[in-house]
Structures are given as structure tokens and as C-alpha cells.
Design a protein around this ligand. Structure first.
Ligand SMILES: *Cc1c(COP(=O)(O)O)cnc(C)c1O
Length: 381
């Protein structure tokens, strides 16, 4: 069979897009990375200590998690075989949903294909034309995508700014039937936390519904409060893959019928689900492990003279993308993998290194990274 026909306008479009990315040092490239053991990662044959994984408790490579995945793979096969509403609702899913709901103290939980898919399904199922969705300005891409897909009016409120949120609610609440507030427990690129109790009080005052994205909080920070809509991912602390919503029975039942990214997609593979369940059991059974990433992050911020870490994520602000890439490359030469984060993942002019701590790191590795950054900064690199 011949290959696809030439499509010159498509090729020209792709090439000019790449040229624009290159001009701003914003082109992304895939680098083959073999993770493990512990916090190690191998790139191009070089063993590095990774500070760029979201596997905060080192559970992706935990033998108990791997064994649970293997057993489910052997028992139920590689894939779910259909969407969950057809025949893809295999037994590990119900077990995981029950455990997630118990963990969050909600009546029910619903597992989605990923965290991204969860937000693409949840927001449009709860809000639509005529409604208002308010998103923290530093919210994750999938919160904005979910809001856009809903067809509701979408407004950003300034990051963690309760006064701004109140101003918008006071001015706009009367014009919309339903109002949804979207925020994160721990912000993925800054590591700071939302003032959730205060947001929930505002939401109650204005009859708005709050969704908190707990992607980076589950199992590693003590929650200040619980929102009526707690979504998250199985792919970070739980070391596997998939997304979830914990909420009331009625909300979960409604989404089971209405969330398009739930209804029209195949159920997760049994092995991923069983692995996430085993990881959640470890999170609950081993509080010392769960406390370790934040303690290491605080050790690091103290050594660097930065504000005390609020989560296992610590940003090292650099500014422009080329400088962030250069600092990342210098650290990699010293054996540390700390990936540069550039726009549009973060706002223009705020390129940074995002340092993520894991229970799998040793104190000496953390101190080694801090000292390398101090030395490079001193050298003006
Ligand atoms: C990673 C992340 C997601 C997406 O989760 P996936 O399961 O990886 O799709 C959603 N929200 C936030 C805040 C995240 O950091």
C-alpha cells in the first residue's frame, strides 16, 4: 500500500508552528526515560536522581503494588473490553471506588480514564449554557478545558484571591442559575495550597458548588477541608493511571449517566485499577511514608532560604525559558533530573524548575540538589 498522499499545506503549517516554538525555546521533545529503582531515572544510558516524578510515595515501583497489578492482569486480562456501562465494569473498579469514597469520607466515587478525562466529563455534566464557571487563574489545563467544553460562561479569578472571587460572585451570581468554582488543593506548578475553607464559605454564601482538584494532595498533604466535589488522579501518589471523582451518591449517579468522558470510553485496564487500590491501602497504612515528601521539601526550602514548602512541590523561579533550560541542563550534568517548566504550562516570564520530592529520596540526595543549585546560582548560571 502506498503511504499517505503529500499534503503541502499541512506540512507548511506544521513547519511554521515548529519554527515559532523554536524561536521562543518552547518546543517540547520526548526523552526516553526509564524510571526506578527508587527515585532513579535513566536517560541516554545515564543514571540520574529524578526530582521530576509525581510518584510522591515511590509506589509505582512498590513490589506490593506491582504484585496486585500482575494478579489482576492474570485474572481479568489486559483490557476492560468495553465501556463501563456495557461490559467493562470489572470487579477491581468497584473495590477501588469503595476505597476512594471511604478515604475521602464521601458516599460514593466514580473512576474515570484519567484525571484529565474526569474534568472533561464532570464540569459539562454539572454546568452548561447560562451557568457560570469560575476557575483559579493557575488551575490545571483540564479545568479550563472542562469549563470551555461545558458552554458555560467561564471567568478566571486571580490565584487564591478570595477578594476577587467574592467580587465576581457578588456581581454575577444573580445572572446565572448554577455557579461552579474550580480550584486545586495543591497547585501543580507552584506547590502552594488553596484557602479551601474560605472558598467553601464563600461558595455557601453564594450557593456555588466547589470542585477541588486533588491531583497533588492525595496522600501527601493533610486536607484543610473537603469540597462537595473532590476529583483527582490515580497517576501521581497512587503510582498508576486513571482519574476519579468522590462526591455524594446522587452526584455520582448523575455523572454515571451524563459525563460523556465516562460514558463513551473504555474502562481502565484491570491491572491499573488493582495497582491503584493496593497503593491507596499503603497510603492509609503507612502514615510515616506519606509524611516524608513534605518533610524533605521543607528540608530543601530551609537549605535554600526559600519560603517553607507547603507541599512536596517546590518551584525554583528562573524567568525566561532558555535560562530554565540551561539550569536544568547544568543540574543534569551533575546527576539531577529536574525538568524545566515553560509557557504555556506556566505564565509567560515565569519559567521555572519544578522540584518534586518523593518518599523514595534520601536526605543526602535532597541536600545534594540544594547545594548544586546554590553553586550554580552563585556562578550565575
Ligand atoms: C496531572 C493533573 C491532572 C491530570 O491527571 P491525569 O490523570 O494525569 O490525566 C489533573 N489536574 C491536575 C492538577 C494535575 O496535576
Amino acid at each position: 500500500m502506498p503511504g499517505p498522499a503529500d499534503t503541502p499545506s499541512l506540512e507548511a503549517f506544521a513547519r511554521s508552528g515548529l519554527a515559532a516554538l523554536d524561536a521562543g525555546a518552547l518546543r517540547r521533545r520526548l526523552v526516553e526515560t526509564a524510571r526506578g529503582p527508587a527515585a532513579g531515572a535513566t536517560r541516554a544510558g545515564r543514571a540520574l536522581v529524578s526530582f521530576s516524578c509525581n510518584d510522591y510515595l515511590g509506589l509505582a515501583n512498590d513490589p506490593r503494588v506491582i504484585a496486585a497489578g500482575q494478579a489482576a492482569l492474570a485474572r481479568y486480562g489486559a483490557g476492560a473490553g468495553a465501556s463501563r456501562l456495557v461490559t467493562g465494569n470489572h470487579p477491581p473498579l468497584a473495590a477501588l471506588e469503595a476505597r476512594l469514597a471511604a478515604h475521602k469520607g464521601t458516599a460514593a466515587a466514580l473512576v474515570f480514564g484519567s484525571g484529565y478525562l474526569a474534568n472533561l466529563g464532570i464540569v459539562p455534566a454539572l454546568a452548561g449554557a447560562g451557568d457560570l464557571v469560575l476557575v483559579d487563574a493557575l488551575g490545571h489545563s483540564c479545568l479550563f478545558s472542562g469549563a470551555q467544553l461545558s458552554g458555560a460562561t467561564m471567568l478566571r479569578f486571580r490565584h487564591n484571591d478570595l477578594d476577587h472571587l467574592r467580587t465576581i460572585l457578588a456581581a454575577r451570581r444573580g445572572r446565572h442559575e448554577r455557579v461552579l468554582i474550580l480550584t486545586e488543593r495543591v497547585f501543580s506548578m507552584d506547590g502552594d495550597r488553596a484557602p479551601l475553607s474560605e472558598i467553601l464559605s464563600l461558595a455557601a454564601e453564594y450557593d456555588a458548588w466547589t470542585l477541588v482538584d486533588d491531583a497533588h494532595g492525595l496522600g501527601v498533604v493533610e486536607p484543610q477541608a473537603r469540597a462537595p466535589l473532590e476529583m483527582g488522579t490515580l497517576s501521581k501518589t497512587l503510582g498508576s493511571y486513571g482519574g476519579y471523582l468522590c462526591a455524594s451518591r446522587a452526584v455520582v449517579d448523575l455523572l454515571t449517566s451524563r459525563a460523556r468522558s465516562f460514558v463513551y470510553t473504555t474502562g481502565l485496564p484491570p491491572a491499573s485499577v488493582a495497582a491503584a487500590l493496593a497503593a491507596l491501602e499503603i497510603v492509609e497504612a503507612e502514615p510515616d511514608r506519606a509524611a516524608r515528601p513534605l518533610a524533605l521539601a521543607r528540608r530543601f526550602t530551609a537549605r535554600l532560604g526559600l519560603p517553607e514548602a507547603q507541599s512536596p512541590i517546590v518551584p525554583i523561579h528562573v524567568g525566561e525559558a532558555p535560562a530554565a533550560l540551561a539550569l536544568s541542563a547544568s543540574l543534569e550534568a551533575r546527576g539531577f533530573l529536574v525538568v524545566a517548566i515553560r509557557p504555556p504550562t506556566v505564565p509567560a516570564g515565569t519559567a521555572r524548575l519544578r522540584v518534586a520530592f518523593s518518599a523514595a529520596h534520601g536526605e543526602a540526595q535532597v541536600d545534594g540538589l540544594a547545594d548544586a543549585i546554590l553553586a550554580l546560582r552563585g556562578a550565575g548560571t
